[in-house]
Structure formats: structure tokens, C-alpha cells
Design a protein. Structure first.
Length: 363
């Protein structure tokens, strides 16, 4: 964090009251809570789609501790949140990481992203979960040269690999799901995992073993050793088995599903008080050590902190009131209820329905 940047950096920046960094569950619900108070938000996320960990790591996993929903899929939760925030028309800036935060002399902020999108904002709410997510790379000799061409960390369509010789690395749901999807479509397929225990659903592991038993695919317990090149082109991956044997796996492509690892990234350089890779906040406003900068969700810490989605929702509600007070210090922020407040109904876009029910003699 530094002093006032050149005026040229502010000119042309998007002017806003609040920028939310992170479009996971807490960041999305933050839009809702701000919207109820009449505050419009811009939201930035390094991923190309909203949802954070829920969408990127375990979209099909069931969640059982969301109030009033006995069970809810992770992606279903994100879809519900996106539907809930529609009335507030938040502007999303996805596929770009917030790289710079500068506090200006007047207490406002300049936020810049990796795509050079710039915001001049009065407040910032960091809802970055565990930080920005980066794929865990294959990390063996010669791999970097072929990343994005023959070594892939994400698959968009099975059709891209139909008829190809494939090696898949990993033991989680993504690795097993794509193994089952591509088995029979690929020219050849080998799954490589470093140990006999899998993190994937037991049913998926059982199906994979059935395919191995039938000769439809191959399974090798090993780790990547090096990339095989032929005339400068990718030709496969050499792996080292648990017995120490080097085995060459010929392939046209390697699909790597080691998951994503979070990192605070540029956030660590913004002058925030950080404790064990989390941002310290108070429990009244969820404000950081920098006035006007707040943090909600898994990225923050305070005495008694529990890293639960429902905790992030609670924090977002209190942070919204704190942001409103910060924007208008002289104005008391009244608590209004969505069940009875005409203002809330109008902001939610349900005013006409409410008036119709009243005219019909309903509650």
C-alpha cells in the first residue's frame, strides 16, 4: 500500500462505492446484503466464473449445513445465490486477479486487476476465500514447455480428446470423473495415482477398477518423473512407480487433476494485518486494520473464527451495514426487514407483488 498514485491512474477508472474481491459464496451473498441497503457493487474474481471453491473444486458435492436446505449441491448453492442477487445488477469482472490496492489521501482506494481494469472506490470488501486459486502443476522435468498444449489442468469437453492417447494424473473426483468419461472414447487411457487410496467417490473408484480389469484402460501407481519428447514434440510421460521402476507412458496429452492450491498472492502486499495466511478483522464491522477495507469469509480471522459458509453469510450481513455507515457517517443505518419493508420490496423487485397481495386482502 502506498500514497496517492499519479492522477492519470484515477482518470478513466470505474467509479464505485464498493469493490468486492472474490466471487465465492460469501462474495455473492455480500452483493445481496449490500443491495438491500441500496449499495451497488462491482465484483472481481481470478476465476472465469463465479462460485469459488464450490464451482471449481467440488460442484457436485452435497452441503448439509445451509439453513432451511437439508441438502444442497455446491454448484446448486452458487446458482441459487446468483438468482438471489439478480435484482441488484452487480457488475462482474471475472478471469482477472486483483493485483493492486492503493489508499489515496482522501481515504478512497484505487484497485487494479491483472487485466488493468481499474476502480476508484470508497470501500473494498475482500471475500477471496482462501485466496486466488492456481492449479497444482505436474512439476516434472520438461512439463512447463507443453502446458496448455499437451499438458492440461482443466478439460472443457471430452470431444477434444476423443481418439487420443491419454494419461490422466490424480486420485480425486475430477481425475476419476474424466477417466470414466473418456474411457472408451480415447484411443488409449492410463490413470496414474501416487498411492492406492483415492479421494474420489468410492463408486467411481470401483467403476475405474472394473475398466482396468476388463482391459479398457490401465492404472499405474506412480508419480511423474519427466516428459518424453520425440523430435521436440510431446510424446508422453515417464513415471516412477512405487517400486522405483521407470515406466514410459506414450501419450498425445496428459490431463493433470491435482486440484488447486490457494495463495494470498498480491493481497499479502497490501499492508493488511495478516495472521497465519488470513486477514485479521474485528467482529463488529469485519473491518481490517485499514479503515474502509473489510474482509469476509474464509480469508479472514478473529477469535473463535469458524470457516463455514454460513459464517461467511453472517459476516457479509454485518460488513454491509459497516460499509453503509462508512459511506454515510452522518446517517444512521436503519434495520429493515425484507418481510415488511416497502423499501426492501422495491429493491428486491417484489413491490408490485406485495401491493397486489395487500389489495387482495392477503398478508
Amino acid at each position: 500500500m502506498s500514497d496517492t498514485p499519479p492522477q492519470a491512474l484515477i482518470e478513466g477508472a470505474i467509479q464505485t462505492d464498493v469493490v468486492i474481491i472474490g466471487a465465492g459464496p460469501s462474495g455473492l451473498f455480500q452483493i445481496f446484503e449490500l443491495g438491500l441497503l441500496g449499495i451497488h457493487a462491482h465484483i472481481v474474481d481470478s476465476l472465469k466464473h463465479p462460485g469459488g471453491q464450490c464451482s471449481e473444486l467440488y460442484p457436485d458435492k452435497p452441503i448439509y449445513d445451509i439453513p432451511a436446505l437439508p441438502v444442497c449441491g455446491a454448484q446448486e448453492l452458487i446458482d441459487r445465490l446468483l438468482e438471489q442477487i439478480k435484482p441488484f445488477n452487480a457488475q462482474f469482472h471475472l478471469g482477472q486477479e486483483a493485483t493492486e490496492l492503493k489508499r489515496l489521501d482522501d481515504g478512497t482506494f484505487l484497485v487494479r486487476t491483472s487485466l488493468d481494469t481499474r476502480f476508484h472506490t470508497k470501500t473494498v470488501i475482500i471475500a477471496g476465500g482462501l485466496g486466488s486459486f492456481q492449479p497444482r502443476r505436474l512439476g516434472c522435468e520438461g512439463a512447463e514447455e507443453f502446458e496448455g498444449r499437451n499438458i492440461h489442468y482443466k478439460v472443457k469437453s471430452a470431444a477434444d480428446f476423443t481418439g487420443q492417447r491419454l494419461v490422466i494424473f490424480g486420485g480425486g473426483d475430477s481425475a476419476l470423473d474424466w477417466t470414466l468419461e473418456l474411457a472408451g472414447k480415447a484411443r488409449s487411457l492410463t490413470l496414474v495415482h501416487r498411492r492406492p487410496e483415492f479421494r474420489a467417490a468410492p463408486a467411481s473408484v470401483a467403476k475405474m477398477k472394473d475398466l482396468v480389469a476388463s482391459g479398457s484402460m490401465r492404472y499405474v501407481e506412480a508419480i511423474a518423473h519427466s516428459v518424453i519428447k520425440q523430435d521436440g514434440a510431446f510424446a508422453g510421460v515417464r513415471v516412477k512407480t512405487t517400486e522405483g521402476e521407470l515406466v514410459d507412458l506414450e501419450a498425445d496429452h496428459a490431463l493433470v487433476f491435482f486440484g488447486l492450491h490457494p495463495k494470498l498472492g498480491p493481497i499479502a502486499e497490501w499492508g493488511l494485518q495478516i495472521e497465519k495466511r488470513a486477514i485479521v478483522v474485528d467482529t463488529e464491522k469485519f473491518q481490517t486494520n485499514i479503515p474502509g477495507v473489510f474482509a469476509v469469509g474464509d480469508i479472514n480471522t478473529y477469535p473463535g473464527k469458524k470457516k463455514l459458509i454460513l459464517s461467511g453469510f453472517h459476516e457479509a450481513a454485518l460488513a454491509a451495514f459497516a460499509v453503509a455507515a462508512h459511506l454515510n457517517p452522518a446517517k444512521k443505518v436503519a434495520l429493515q426487514y425484507t418481510t415488511t419493508s416497502p423499501i426492501m420490496h422495491k429493491r428486491l423487485g417484489v413491490a408490485e407483488a406485495s401491493e397486489q397481495r395487500t389489495a387482495d386482502g392477503g398478508p
